[in-house]
Design a protein around this ligand. Structure first.
Ligand code: WTA
Length: 648
């Protein structure tokens, strides 16, 4: 337990937690006082319906208020005299590439981007797609959109041209902000080439993107080697650098959209999760402050890319709304060797490190000497996010990484929740390795059984949330019906998380993984249907069925059963496996690379033609001894056939 923490005892947590549920207006209203409002909120403070029996789902917080997140995250600190405080220590992919950006410099950068966007006609409510590496210009671009009320849609610059094109077609931006290239590890990746492919695809589908702004990232690729289309492309340095460093902020209604972020669901098409302004501001800022027990002299490092929700809430918004100093790293923790992360900890005197179990597992594998050769004395707190942290990884992170000194905050939350939902508070919560522990303020979880009944006390079942919290997504972009169907229709009156969990006798929550058709690969969500759709693109593929399996490093891996078109022999030529894998990489991106392709002359189906995934999961996990009842299969012999083709 740390003395002097914002929340320094269990009693204090309990008291505030109770208040946050009994009187949300007093609790969140108090917190809201520390931000700048152009117009204050009115009554009611919160106007929500979480129950489809009572009508359409709607969520509004700080009703009637007007604010601006960029103003609160940047200008407010500069005006308070903190302009010289470092906002970002930027560390490039290669050693000896670094820079430092103060809050005043971020303000300049943001205003220049915002002025340029305005100059090409981007207005309040317009969409801007961002496809950039982890350089300071990326969070600055997000903040520039927030400043003028444009809705950013950041696409992780590791997604393929097809995935990018899909997201562009869905949000129809006026402009794409990108960079020439990125290096993550030894290999440069030409982002511009990927953007060009995506732009062409969109044009074929009838959407012309008027402007593509390319940041000349010469550390990754020489300018002369970057493909450039005059009349469409402009260099960032040519058009943004000369802009004025003043730009009025656009005061935004509390409920106006702030951003869209696409994430995988049970069906093929990624969902555009849409967040709004004021509630998201309170949620991301308050969780950052309490969960990381933020102090002004902290140097905080979140290893997530801004292309994911973790980078939105815990790189761009949460930390900056608190005026934090943070490290932004373009590369990967294993390049040039597995000591890189700890090297950065010492170099920047990092106090708080927030990363994912998959990264921890990849470091464990390389051996402790990469860690112990660095002092790591500056660290005081460790965080984990993205997937359940297994006991071995927890123990190593605590004992080796943090030298048994630093508590671990295992934070459970989702793209949809916008903020930490179940998490320890370092000064108040007694930790149990592997448990995300207790709900954050204002969050009321419940555990349901198969029949949708709420279970009391010790229980295992589906994790749902009983009431709205400020940074809950407001809708799925352009598809409120899908939003209601996906999250609110199954268990009326609750938000359905898609996760299973156990609650122990102390009321601690233990997340047990997704219960829907979403695979959590290295902490990233991939829909089984998306991978199946990608495999179907190959002319040799007649049908594919994808299931998760336990993977030592990634947490879960992607296991694909593939039935080939008539005329192929099983097993087919080895080159076909490579082609299928390449197809998935092309359609979705390298993060969705199948780990196993298992040839399947037939798939286990019921008589009505439904694939019995339960059986495929057992085969993928090598648990064929416990296949269970196979009598309902249309053709039980396919199981034997599949087992014969294992490893072929
Ligand atoms: C999983 C990432 C266990 C979970 C912030 C959730 C976790 C999905 C944890 C959301 C955790 C995230 N323990 N599982 N601490 N954090 N998850 O939208 O299955 O990329 O539903 O958001 O990741 O993934 P998303």
């Amino acid at each position: 337990m740390s003395k002097g923490a914002h929340i320094s005892s269990r009693e204090q947590y309990d008291k505030l937690y109770r208040q946050s549920l009994d009187d949300p207006e007093a609790f969140w209203g108090d917190i809201a006082e520390s931000f700048h409002w152009h117009k204050r909120w009115e009554k009611p403070f919160c106007r929500c319906n979480f129950d489809m029996n009572k009508g359409p789902i709607s969520i509004e917080w700080l009703v009637g208020a007007q604010t601006n997140l960029c103003y609160n995250a940047v200008d407010r600190h500069v005006e308070a005299g903190h302009g010289d405080r470092v906002a970002f220590y930027w560390e490039g992919n290669d050693l000896n590439q670094d820079s430092k950006v103060t809050y005043r410099q971020v303000q300049d950068m943001v205003c220049k981007i915002a002025n340029y966007l305005k100059s090409i006609g981007v207005k309040k409510g317009d969409d801007v797609t961002i496809y950039m590496p982890m350089i300071p210009e990326l969070p600055a671009a997000m903040l520039a959109c927030a400043r003028i009320g444009a809705v950013h849609s950041v696409v992780f610059a590791g997604f393929s041209a097809d995935s990018l094109a899909g997201r562009i077609m869905d949000s129809r931006p006026h402009v794409i902000l990108t960079a020439s290239a990125v290096k993550r590890g030894a290999k440069p990746i030409s982002l511009k080439t990927i953007v060009d492919d995506a732009v062409t695809k969109c044009e074929e589908e009838g959407h012309k993107i008027p402007f593509v702004v390319v940041f000349d990232h010469s550390l990754a690729q020489k300018r002369s080697e970057v493909p450039f289309t005059s009349g469409q492309d402009v260099w960032w340095q040519d058009v943004i650098d000369p802009q004025p460093i003043e730009c009025d902020v656009e005061w935004m209604d509390a409920e106006a959209p702030l951003f869209k972020l696409y994430t995988s669901g049970s069906t093929g098409k990624p969902k555009g999760v849409q967040h709004s302004q004021a509630g998201y501001m309170l949620g991301s800022a308050t969780t950052f402050k309490y969960v990381f027990d933020h102090r002004p002299d902290d140097v905080y490092w979140c290893t997530a890319d801004c292309g994911w929700i973790t980078g939105h809430s815990y790189v761009t918004y949460g930390p900056m709304l608190n005026g934090a100093t943070q490290v932004i790293f373009e590369g990967i923790p294993t390049y040039p060797d597995a000591g890189r992360a700890w090297d950065l900890v010492d170099k920047y005197k990092i106090t708080v490190l927030y990363t994912a179990p998959t990264a921890i597992r990849s470091l464990i594998q390389k051996g402790d000497s990469f860690v112990t050769k660095y002092s790591r004395k500056s660290l005081r707190l460790l965080g984990s996010v993205g997937e359940p942290i297994n006991p071995e990884a927890w123990k190593w992170y605590y004992e080796v990484g943090g030298d048994k000194r630093c508590p671990i905050v295992d934070t459970w939350w989702q793209t949809e929740t916008g903020m930490h939902m179940i998490t320890p508070l370092p000064g108040a919560t007694t930790l149990k390795p592997g448990s995300a522990t207790l709900p954050f303020f204002g969050v009321e979880p419940a555990v349901l059984n198969d029949q949708g009944q709420e279970l009391e006390g010790e229980a295992e079942g589906y994790l749902v949330i009983k009431r709205p919290w400020p940074s809950c997504m407001r809708t799925l972009a352009g598809d409120h019906e899908r939003f209601e169907k996906t999250y609110f229709e199954i268990y009326k009156g609750y938000y359905f998380t898609g996760d299973g969990c156990r609650r122990d006798k102390d009321g601690y929550y233990w997340l047990t993984g997704r219960v829907d058709d979403v695979i959590n690969v290295s902490g990233h969500r991939i829909g089984t249907a998306e991978v199946e759709g990608a495999l179907d693109n190959h002319p040799a593929c007649a049908e594919a069925a994808v299931v998760p399996f336990a993977h030592d490093i990634k947490g879960q891996g992607i296991y694909a059963f593939v039935t080939l078109m008539d005329g192929y022999d099983y097993p087919p030529d080895e080159s076909l496996r490579k082609e299928l894998v390449a197809m998935v990489r092309k359609v979705i991106g390298p993060i969705a690379t199948p780990d196993v392709i298992h040839w399947a002359p037939g798939l286990p189906k019921t008589r009505s033609g439904k694939i019995m995934r339960r059986i495929l999961r057992k085969i993928a996990s090598k648990e064929e001894d416990s296949l269970g009842d196979t009598s309902t299969l249309a053709d039980p012999s396919v199981v034997e056939q599949l087992l014969n083709l294992r490893g072929k």
